[in-house]
Design a protein around this ligand. Sequence first.
Ligand SMILES: C[S@@+](CC[C@H](N)C(=O)[O-])C[C@H]1O[C@@H](n2cnc3c(N)ncnc32)[C@H](O)[C@@H]1O
Length: 309
Amino acid sequence: MGSKKPRKSQKDSISAHAFRIRFLRRSREIYNRYLETKPWIKQMHTSFLGLKPGMRIVDVGCGTGDFTRYLASLIPAKTTIIGVDTRAASLRAAERETKNAKLDGSISYRKGDAYNIPIENGWANLACCRTVLMHLTDPLKVVREMARVTKRGGTVAAVERGTINSVYIPDDEKFTKIAMKLADAYVEGVKKLEHKYFNIGERLPTIFSKAGLTGIMAEIQTDAYLASDPRRRLEDVRDELDFALAFFRETKKVDSRAMLAGGASRKSVNRYNRWFENYVGALLRDDVKLRNDTTFGAGGLYLVAGRKQ
Ligand SMILES: C[S@@+](CC[C@H](N)C(=O)[O-])C[C@H]1O[C@@H](n2cnc3c(N)ncnc32)[C@H](O)[C@@H]1O
């Protein structure tokens, strides 16, 4: 507990849980349906990333290809997108789902490392990634590599989480503060244990500048979560909570370890863990309760882009 050395095994790293297909695919499906309630987000992505027909795009750390297919869906005409990931199982799922979505004419996948992208110099008009740099110990090196595969005048972009996130637990100001502190402790703990900045968003413009990119710009997409929101189907909200509970149970041990390493007390970690399991469990047993719940959560996804000179 609280070891100062980086953890050696990649398999039991905190990031490894986020890469597992079961969680990745299911959480992305739910998130995509959530995005359908916010049509302005697609417009923001199209404009911010300068998406145009005929572009050549690389999606680094594409996982099951969710963001890759999302990008293709935003460009109405033919485009060429290559998704790259180290995980063969994720790429197999990505290929299968891309075929099902009839996007295999535009999208192909390659097994490869973000630190050594298997694409020639200057191939892409846009090299991008979503929630990948937060899981890597040398994000600057990866951004430089993304710049290498981008042509002059092209764009390098990243979509990652940052410090904007908040929670409100109804009528419990003290526990709300504890929950917010635990979220900070978690990020600090991951930094200590695994040398990764989970809240990398604010740092991205500086990293992009160090990588030699210019004209750096940023935007933040903020997402609010309320189980009572009638724009969302009941089964989606239920699925989301069900998924959150399954993920919580699976990662409770490593997450608690990170919070403790980040300075949280054992007492508040235990209290939070107990509360979360009881709270979500109670909502999942009672639809009326769920649809009237006003526990509030919000998170920000930071979009940063720069031009290759
Ligand atoms: C949280 S997932 C995000 C997947 C996808 N970008 C999305 O938004 O749905 C992070 C992905 O990065 C991949 N990854 C981690 N380290 C990598 C590396 N060194 N090279 C390439 N991919 C990597 C993981 O296998 C995983 O698929």
